[in-house]
Design a protein around this ligand. Structure first.
Ligand code: PLP
Length: 383
Protein backbone atom coordinates (compact mmCIF):
# COMPACT_ATOMS: atom_id res chain seq x y z
CA UNK A 1 0.00 0.00 0.00
CA UNK A 2 2.70 2.48 0.91
CA UNK A 3 5.55 3.32 -1.40
CA UNK A 4 8.94 2.43 -0.12
CA UNK A 5 11.42 3.01 -2.93
CA UNK A 6 14.31 0.62 -3.26
CA UNK A 7 17.55 1.55 -1.57
CA UNK A 8 18.92 4.39 -3.61
CA UNK A 9 22.18 6.22 -3.15
CA UNK A 10 20.67 9.03 -5.19
CA UNK A 11 19.21 10.45 -2.00
CA UNK A 12 22.61 11.11 -0.55
CA UNK A 13 24.82 11.46 -3.60
CA UNK A 14 27.74 10.23 -1.47
CA UNK A 15 27.57 6.53 -2.28
CA UNK A 16 31.30 6.19 -2.91
CA UNK A 17 32.35 7.32 0.59
CA UNK A 18 32.48 5.42 3.86
CA UNK A 19 30.40 6.51 6.88
CA UNK A 20 33.51 7.73 8.75
CA UNK A 21 34.27 10.08 5.86
CA UNK A 22 30.67 11.18 5.45
CA UNK A 23 30.44 12.01 9.16
CA UNK A 24 33.43 14.33 8.83
CA UNK A 25 32.67 16.02 5.52
CA UNK A 26 28.96 16.19 4.71
CA UNK A 27 27.07 19.35 5.64
CA UNK A 28 29.95 21.79 5.27
CA UNK A 29 29.89 25.01 3.23
CA UNK A 30 31.21 24.89 -0.34
CA UNK A 31 35.02 24.91 -0.63
CA UNK A 32 35.49 28.50 -1.69
CA UNK A 33 38.11 31.03 -0.62
CA UNK A 34 37.30 32.36 2.85
CA UNK A 35 34.17 30.25 3.19
CA UNK A 36 33.95 29.01 6.79
CA UNK A 37 34.99 25.40 7.38
CA UNK A 38 31.91 24.72 9.52
CA UNK A 39 28.35 25.79 8.88
CA UNK A 40 27.79 28.72 11.25
CA UNK A 41 25.01 29.02 13.80
CA UNK A 42 22.38 30.89 11.83
CA UNK A 43 20.52 32.99 14.37
CA UNK A 44 17.63 34.35 12.34
CA UNK A 45 13.91 34.20 13.03
CA UNK A 46 13.13 35.38 9.51
CA UNK A 47 14.72 35.95 6.09
CA UNK A 48 14.43 38.48 3.29
CA UNK A 49 11.33 37.63 1.26
CA UNK A 50 11.41 35.76 -2.01
CA UNK A 51 13.36 32.65 -0.96
CA UNK A 52 12.47 29.07 0.01
CA UNK A 53 13.05 29.26 3.77
CA UNK A 54 11.01 32.45 4.37
CA UNK A 55 10.68 32.14 8.17
CA UNK A 56 12.65 30.57 11.00
CA UNK A 57 10.06 27.92 11.78
CA UNK A 58 10.20 26.61 8.20
CA UNK A 59 13.93 26.37 7.65
CA UNK A 60 17.42 27.26 8.82
CA UNK A 61 20.79 26.70 7.10
CA UNK A 62 22.18 25.21 10.35
CA UNK A 63 19.39 22.61 10.29
CA UNK A 64 20.09 21.83 6.64
CA UNK A 65 23.76 21.05 7.32
CA UNK A 66 22.87 18.57 10.05
CA UNK A 67 20.08 17.06 7.95
CA UNK A 68 22.41 16.52 5.04
CA UNK A 69 24.96 14.74 7.24
CA UNK A 70 22.60 12.46 9.15
CA UNK A 71 20.63 11.82 5.95
CA UNK A 72 23.83 10.67 4.24
CA UNK A 73 24.63 8.29 7.11
CA UNK A 74 21.12 6.77 7.20
CA UNK A 75 20.73 6.79 3.41
CA UNK A 76 17.65 8.99 3.25
CA UNK A 77 16.29 12.47 3.63
CA UNK A 78 16.51 13.82 7.20
CA UNK A 79 14.28 16.23 9.10
CA UNK A 80 15.74 17.67 12.32
CA UNK A 81 13.36 18.16 15.23
CA UNK A 82 13.46 19.64 18.71
CA UNK A 83 14.00 16.34 20.54
CA UNK A 84 13.67 12.60 20.14
CA UNK A 85 10.14 12.89 21.51
CA UNK A 86 9.30 15.55 18.90
CA UNK A 87 10.53 13.12 16.23
CA UNK A 88 8.45 10.24 17.61
CA UNK A 89 5.45 12.53 17.89
CA UNK A 90 5.87 13.60 14.25
CA UNK A 91 5.86 9.96 13.09
CA UNK A 92 2.88 9.03 15.28
CA UNK A 93 0.97 11.98 13.79
CA UNK A 94 0.84 9.89 10.58
CA UNK A 95 -1.49 7.42 12.35
CA UNK A 96 -5.12 8.24 11.50
CA UNK A 97 -7.72 8.81 14.23
CA UNK A 98 -8.88 5.39 15.41
CA UNK A 99 -5.79 3.78 13.85
CA UNK A 100 -3.76 0.81 15.05
CA UNK A 101 -0.09 0.77 16.05
CA UNK A 102 2.10 -2.24 16.78
CA UNK A 103 4.90 -1.41 19.25
CA UNK A 104 7.43 -3.18 21.47
CA UNK A 105 6.19 -3.75 24.99
CA UNK A 106 9.58 -2.53 26.15
CA UNK A 107 9.69 0.68 24.12
CA UNK A 108 11.31 3.77 25.62
CA UNK A 109 9.04 5.08 28.41
CA UNK A 110 8.30 8.32 26.53
CA UNK A 111 7.17 6.35 23.48
CA UNK A 112 4.78 4.31 25.64
CA UNK A 113 3.49 7.58 27.11
CA UNK A 114 2.81 9.01 23.65
CA UNK A 115 1.15 5.78 22.50
CA UNK A 116 -1.11 5.79 25.55
CA UNK A 117 -1.94 9.42 24.76
CA UNK A 118 -2.95 8.35 21.23
CA UNK A 119 -5.24 5.75 22.77
CA UNK A 120 -6.78 8.28 25.15
CA UNK A 121 -7.19 11.20 22.76
CA UNK A 122 -7.37 9.78 19.23
CA UNK A 123 -9.09 6.45 19.78
CA UNK A 124 -6.01 4.51 18.70
CA UNK A 125 -5.39 0.85 19.43
CA UNK A 126 -1.89 -0.22 20.42
CA UNK A 127 -0.81 -3.85 20.16
CA UNK A 128 2.25 -4.42 22.32
CA UNK A 129 4.60 -7.17 21.20
CA UNK A 130 7.91 -8.79 22.03
CA UNK A 131 10.10 -7.50 19.16
CA UNK A 132 12.21 -10.67 19.27
CA UNK A 133 9.15 -12.71 18.25
CA UNK A 134 8.92 -11.94 14.53
CA UNK A 135 5.85 -14.19 14.12
CA UNK A 136 3.99 -12.30 16.85
CA UNK A 137 4.94 -8.95 15.31
CA UNK A 138 3.75 -10.17 11.88
CA UNK A 139 0.43 -11.38 13.34
CA UNK A 140 -0.07 -8.07 15.15
CA UNK A 141 0.64 -6.14 11.92
CA UNK A 142 -2.57 -7.43 10.37
CA UNK A 143 -4.84 -4.41 9.94
CA UNK A 144 -2.33 -2.04 11.55
CA UNK A 145 -1.44 1.41 10.21
CA UNK A 146 2.02 1.57 11.71
CA UNK A 147 4.50 -1.00 12.95
CA UNK A 148 6.86 0.77 15.34
CA UNK A 149 10.04 -0.98 16.39
CA UNK A 150 12.82 0.01 18.71
CA UNK A 151 15.87 -2.20 18.25
CA UNK A 152 17.68 -2.72 20.53
CA UNK A 153 14.94 -1.77 22.99
CA UNK A 154 15.59 0.61 25.87
CA UNK A 155 16.54 -0.78 28.39
CA UNK A 156 15.75 -4.48 27.81
CA UNK A 157 18.11 -4.61 24.78
CA UNK A 158 15.85 -6.88 22.74
CA UNK A 159 16.61 -6.99 19.01
CA UNK A 160 14.06 -7.34 16.22
CA UNK A 161 14.58 -8.92 12.78
CA UNK A 162 14.08 -5.70 10.80
CA UNK A 163 13.99 -7.11 7.22
CA UNK A 164 11.39 -9.75 8.19
CA UNK A 165 9.31 -7.24 10.13
CA UNK A 166 9.49 -4.80 7.18
CA UNK A 167 8.13 -7.48 4.84
CA UNK A 168 5.34 -8.41 7.26
CA UNK A 169 4.38 -4.77 7.87
CA UNK A 170 4.23 -3.98 4.15
CA UNK A 171 2.35 -7.16 3.34
CA UNK A 172 -0.24 -6.01 5.90
CA UNK A 173 -0.37 -2.52 4.36
CA UNK A 174 1.26 -0.86 7.37
CA UNK A 175 4.11 1.60 7.47
CA UNK A 176 7.24 0.54 9.29
CA UNK A 177 9.20 2.92 11.53
CA UNK A 178 12.34 2.17 13.56
CA UNK A 179 13.74 4.05 16.55
CA UNK A 180 17.45 3.68 15.75
CA UNK A 181 18.76 5.64 18.75
CA UNK A 182 20.64 2.73 20.36
CA UNK A 183 22.26 1.35 17.21
CA UNK A 184 23.01 4.64 15.40
CA UNK A 185 23.33 4.63 11.57
CA UNK A 186 26.84 3.20 11.93
CA UNK A 187 25.60 -0.13 13.29
CA UNK A 188 22.16 -0.41 11.69
CA UNK A 189 20.56 1.24 8.66
CA UNK A 190 16.85 0.43 8.92
CA UNK A 191 15.97 2.09 5.58
CA UNK A 192 18.18 -0.52 3.87
CA UNK A 193 16.22 -3.18 5.78
CA UNK A 194 12.93 -1.87 4.36
CA UNK A 195 11.83 0.64 7.02
CA UNK A 196 9.83 3.63 5.78
CA UNK A 197 10.96 5.92 8.59
CA UNK A 198 13.88 6.07 11.00
CA UNK A 199 13.74 8.04 14.23
CA UNK A 200 16.59 9.29 16.40
CA UNK A 201 16.99 10.87 19.75
CA UNK A 202 20.06 12.86 18.62
CA UNK A 203 20.33 13.82 22.29
CA UNK A 204 22.15 10.54 22.81
CA UNK A 205 25.10 9.10 20.84
CA UNK A 206 24.79 11.41 17.84
CA UNK A 207 25.38 14.57 19.91
CA UNK A 208 27.38 12.52 22.35
CA UNK A 209 28.33 15.11 24.97
CA UNK A 210 25.23 15.32 27.19
CA UNK A 211 24.73 18.98 26.37
CA UNK A 212 21.92 19.09 23.81
CA UNK A 213 18.37 17.82 23.22
CA UNK A 214 17.53 17.06 19.61
CA UNK A 215 15.78 14.56 17.38
CA UNK A 216 15.46 13.57 13.74
CA UNK A 217 13.33 11.59 11.30
CA UNK A 218 14.86 10.08 8.15
CA UNK A 219 12.93 8.66 5.18
CA UNK A 220 13.31 7.93 1.46
CA UNK A 221 9.65 8.68 0.79
CA UNK A 222 9.22 12.29 -0.37
CA UNK A 223 5.56 12.40 0.63
CA UNK A 224 6.37 11.23 4.16
CA UNK A 225 9.20 13.75 4.35
CA UNK A 226 6.83 16.56 3.39
CA UNK A 227 4.35 15.46 6.04
CA UNK A 228 7.04 15.37 8.75
CA UNK A 229 8.24 18.84 7.70
CA UNK A 230 4.65 20.12 7.77
CA UNK A 231 4.23 18.65 11.25
CA UNK A 232 7.42 20.36 12.40
CA UNK A 233 6.30 23.72 11.03
CA UNK A 234 2.72 23.51 12.31
CA UNK A 235 3.57 22.19 15.77
CA UNK A 236 6.67 24.32 16.10
CA UNK A 237 8.79 21.25 16.97
CA UNK A 238 11.87 23.08 15.72
CA UNK A 239 15.43 22.62 17.01
CA UNK A 240 17.38 25.71 18.07
CA UNK A 241 20.19 26.66 15.66
CA UNK A 242 22.80 26.40 18.40
CA UNK A 243 21.56 22.93 19.39
CA UNK A 244 21.86 21.82 15.78
CA UNK A 245 25.38 23.19 15.61
CA UNK A 246 26.32 21.15 18.69
CA UNK A 247 24.66 18.01 17.34
CA UNK A 248 26.50 18.50 14.03
CA UNK A 249 29.78 18.84 15.89
CA UNK A 250 29.01 15.67 17.85
CA UNK A 251 28.11 13.76 14.71
CA UNK A 252 31.57 14.48 13.25
CA UNK A 253 33.15 12.19 15.84
CA UNK A 254 30.33 9.63 16.15
CA UNK A 255 32.17 6.84 14.29
CA UNK A 256 35.34 7.09 16.37
CA UNK A 257 33.45 7.52 19.68
CA UNK A 258 31.24 4.57 18.85
CA UNK A 259 34.17 2.36 17.93
CA UNK A 260 35.94 3.01 21.21
CA UNK A 261 32.84 2.84 23.42
CA UNK A 262 31.68 -0.37 21.75
CA UNK A 263 35.09 -1.99 22.24
CA UNK A 264 34.99 -0.99 25.91
CA UNK A 265 31.42 -2.29 26.26
CA UNK A 266 32.41 -5.67 24.85
CA UNK A 267 35.38 -5.81 27.18
CA UNK A 268 33.17 -5.01 30.20
CA UNK A 269 30.61 -7.64 29.17
CA UNK A 270 33.42 -10.19 29.13
CA UNK A 271 34.67 -9.13 32.55
CA UNK A 272 31.29 -8.98 34.32
CA UNK A 273 29.39 -11.89 32.78
CA UNK A 274 28.96 -14.48 35.56
CA UNK A 275 29.81 -11.96 38.31
CA UNK A 276 28.34 -13.30 41.58
CA UNK A 277 26.64 -9.95 42.39
CA UNK A 278 24.77 -10.02 39.06
CA UNK A 279 21.82 -12.13 37.99
CA UNK A 280 22.32 -11.21 34.37
CA UNK A 281 24.47 -9.20 31.97
CA UNK A 282 22.47 -8.26 28.87
CA UNK A 283 24.23 -7.13 25.72
CA UNK A 284 22.93 -7.49 22.16
CA UNK A 285 26.43 -8.08 20.79
CA UNK A 286 26.85 -4.55 19.42
CA UNK A 287 26.49 -0.96 20.62
CA UNK A 288 27.45 0.91 23.76
CA UNK A 289 24.60 0.01 26.14
CA UNK A 290 24.73 -2.88 28.60
CA UNK A 291 21.97 -3.76 31.07
CA UNK A 292 23.01 -5.56 34.23
CA UNK A 293 20.55 -7.09 36.67
CA UNK A 294 21.86 -6.69 40.21
CA UNK A 295 21.14 -9.60 42.54
CA UNK A 296 19.30 -8.25 45.56
CA UNK A 297 16.79 -6.18 43.59
CA UNK A 298 15.89 -2.50 43.78
CA UNK A 299 17.78 -1.51 46.92
CA UNK A 300 21.00 -3.22 45.93
CA UNK A 301 20.76 -1.74 42.42
CA UNK A 302 20.22 1.76 43.83
CA UNK A 303 23.27 1.29 46.03
CA UNK A 304 25.35 0.32 42.99
CA UNK A 305 24.16 3.38 41.07
CA UNK A 306 24.94 5.65 44.02
CA UNK A 307 28.32 4.14 44.82
CA UNK A 308 30.27 4.75 41.62
CA UNK A 309 32.94 7.40 41.33
CA UNK A 310 33.65 7.26 37.58
CA UNK A 311 30.29 6.16 36.19
CA UNK A 312 27.83 9.07 36.47
CA UNK A 313 24.49 8.35 38.12
CA UNK A 314 22.08 10.02 35.69
CA UNK A 315 19.31 9.24 33.25
CA UNK A 316 20.24 9.44 29.54
CA UNK A 317 22.94 7.70 27.56
CA UNK A 318 25.37 8.01 24.67
CA UNK A 319 27.62 10.67 26.23
CA UNK A 320 31.41 10.65 26.44
CA UNK A 321 31.00 10.06 30.18
CA UNK A 322 29.79 6.61 31.20
CA UNK A 323 26.41 6.74 32.89
CA UNK A 324 24.30 4.31 34.86
CA UNK A 325 20.79 4.21 36.22
CA UNK A 326 18.30 1.78 37.75
CA UNK A 327 15.47 2.03 35.27
CA UNK A 328 12.61 0.99 37.53
CA UNK A 329 13.23 4.12 39.58
CA UNK A 330 10.88 5.62 36.99
CA UNK A 331 7.26 4.68 37.61
CA UNK A 332 6.58 4.80 33.84
CA UNK A 333 9.05 1.98 33.18
CA UNK A 334 7.37 -1.33 32.23
CA UNK A 335 6.85 -3.58 35.25
CA UNK A 336 8.29 -6.48 33.26
CA UNK A 337 11.72 -4.80 33.50
CA UNK A 338 13.52 -6.33 36.52
CA UNK A 339 13.63 -4.09 39.62
CA UNK A 340 17.37 -4.61 39.83
CA UNK A 341 18.12 -3.73 36.19
CA UNK A 342 20.77 -1.02 35.88
CA UNK A 343 21.36 0.40 32.41
CA UNK A 344 24.99 1.15 31.67
CA UNK A 345 25.90 3.62 28.95
CA UNK A 346 29.56 3.12 28.13
CA UNK A 347 31.56 6.24 27.37
CA UNK A 348 35.18 6.98 26.61
CA UNK A 349 37.00 6.50 29.92
CA UNK A 350 39.70 3.85 30.27
CA UNK A 351 38.15 0.40 30.50
CA UNK A 352 40.18 -0.51 33.60
CA UNK A 353 38.89 2.53 35.49
CA UNK A 354 35.30 1.68 34.53
CA UNK A 355 35.71 -1.97 35.48
CA UNK A 356 37.33 -1.25 38.85
CA UNK A 357 34.74 1.42 39.69
CA UNK A 358 31.85 -0.93 38.89
CA UNK A 359 33.51 -3.78 40.78
CA UNK A 360 33.85 -1.65 43.92
CA UNK A 361 30.23 -0.46 43.60
CA UNK A 362 29.03 -4.07 43.31
CA UNK A 363 31.00 -5.00 46.42
CA UNK A 364 29.36 -2.16 48.32
CA UNK A 365 25.92 -3.24 47.10
CA UNK A 366 26.46 -6.56 48.83
CA UNK A 367 26.71 -4.69 52.10
CA UNK A 368 23.10 -3.89 53.01
CA UNK A 369 24.22 -1.70 55.93
CA UNK A 370 25.91 0.68 53.53
CA UNK A 371 23.62 3.72 53.38
CA UNK A 372 24.92 5.01 50.04
CA UNK A 373 21.65 4.30 48.22
CA UNK A 374 19.36 5.55 50.95
CA UNK A 375 19.65 9.17 49.83
CA UNK A 376 18.46 8.54 46.26
CA UNK A 377 14.86 9.74 45.96
CA UNK A 378 12.57 7.73 43.69
CA UNK A 379 12.00 9.39 40.32
CA UNK A 380 8.48 10.49 39.45
CA UNK A 381 7.24 9.59 36.00
CA UNK A 382 10.05 9.11 33.56
CA UNK A 383 8.70 10.40 30.28
C1 PLP B 1 16.00 9.21 24.95
C2 PLP B 1 15.24 8.40 23.96
C3 PLP B 1 14.16 8.96 23.27
C4 PLP B 1 13.66 10.36 23.56
O1 PLP B 1 14.53 11.32 23.09
P1 PLP B 1 14.65 12.82 23.71
O2 PLP B 1 15.72 13.42 22.88
O3 PLP B 1 14.94 12.68 25.17
O4 PLP B 1 13.32 13.48 23.50
C5 PLP B 1 13.54 8.18 22.32
N1 PLP B 1 13.92 6.92 22.07
C6 PLP B 1 14.96 6.34 22.73
C7 PLP B 1 15.35 4.94 22.41
C8 PLP B 1 15.64 7.06 23.69
O5 PLP B 1 16.65 6.48 24.36
Amino acid sequence: MHDHPEASAAHSGHDDLHPETLAVHVGRPAREPDAPMSTPVHLASTYHAGGAAAYGRYGNPSWSAFEEALGALEGGSCVALASGMAAISAVLSLVPVGGTVVAPRHSYTGTIGLLEDLVATRGATVRYVDVRDTGAVADAADGADLVWVESPTNPALEVGDLPSIARAAHAAGARFAVDNTFATPLLQRPLDDGADLVVHSATKSISGHSDVLMGAVVTRDDDLRDRIVAHRSLHGAVPGPFEVFLAMRGLRTLPVRLERAQATARDLVGRFTGHPALEEVRYPGFGTIISIVVAGGADAAERVAAATRVWVHATSLGGVESQLERRRRWSAEADTIPEGLVRLSVGLEHVDDLARDLELALERADDADDAAGATVPPAASGY
